[in-house]
Design a binder for this molecule. Sequence first.
Ligand code: TXA
Ligand code: MG
Length: 348
Amino acid sequence: METKVFKIDQDENLIEIDQVVKILHEGGIVAIPTETVYGLGGDGLNPKSIEKIFRAKNRPMDNPLILHISEIDQMFNLGKNIKEDHIEILKKLWPGPLTVVVERQDIVPDEVTGGLETVAIRMPNKKITRQIISKLGRPLAAPSANISSKPSPTNAHDVLQDMEGVIDAIIDGGPSQIGIESTVLDLTEPVVKILRPGYYTKEMLEKYFGQVDMDLALKDEKQKPKSPGQKYKHYSPNAEVQVLVGSDQEFRAEVQKILDLNKKLGLDRKIGLMVFDTDLDFFLGENVVGMGSKEDLSEMARNLFATFRKMDDNSVELIIVRGVEEEGFGLSIMNRLKKAAGNRVRRI
Ligand code: TXA
Ligand code: MG
């Protein structure tokens, strides 16, 4: 299958929008840009499209998909028993990087929910994607557009790396602004609960929802996560990933030790570093990447997955990442890093 590539223009319009809607209408699958990561979209009410998505990603069938909508009213066709005050809050936070889990309506295919009695819904903050949903007149099921367990794609190149020849089309909407996936928030219990941390932190959400809990599984690996996706290995490049958390001095000394040992033992491992910009003066080399500053983690988030993929393209064998404190947005970044590192996270 030839994967068609469509590009949006400067005003974020797509001349071929009707062609894309037709593909989706006929059960095809199309990679779409969103503000978080690229999604692999298909008609969310068509089990055939859903099946294609799972197959393209090689995704476990029990890991449910998010339905993307373009208008708040579409919520009511897909979910039920949604509190009036939650709707009012969603009107403020959407479109945006927040996914909510609510009780499902019968219209939602079992294939989407992985057999759960709930459904995940999000209104993405990308105009072209909302226009497509609106023209399709149906929700767009869209998991991240990577092969399962790989880092999520945040640009068209990275999508094609995994999906070229496997999907009908991709819309190139430029790089994703946020770079990590939406916060998944469960609205079905008396106190709302974060199932997957993301751009919207607990602190930000508490301003709207009052008390916000964190799923226990996010802190304690022995707990069963309520979001099935959290139990799988994720976001991992081919290279081994090690995350080191510590002060500037401690971090730099530890990295130097690893580099020295690599040389001394003649291991000759190709090592990549993902560090803060202020560390760059201390480490020279082709696979040393500045991820922005400690004070503003948005650059780190934006470039995280794409940098993992670049390291793989350069055949890096070990990636050492400078970890961050697990608070605020740092908690979401560490959630992705821990999964990428298979928990090889060390505090020094
Ligand atoms: O930012 C995002 O959320 C991106 C863009 C494309 O919208 N999408 C995304 O989808 O990250 P995916 O499929 O890679 O992750 C969806 C997560 C999974 O962890 C899944 O288990 C969880 O949402 N999820 C979906 N439905 C659920 C449900 N009914 N209950 C609990 N968790 C659910
Ligand atoms: Mg994903």
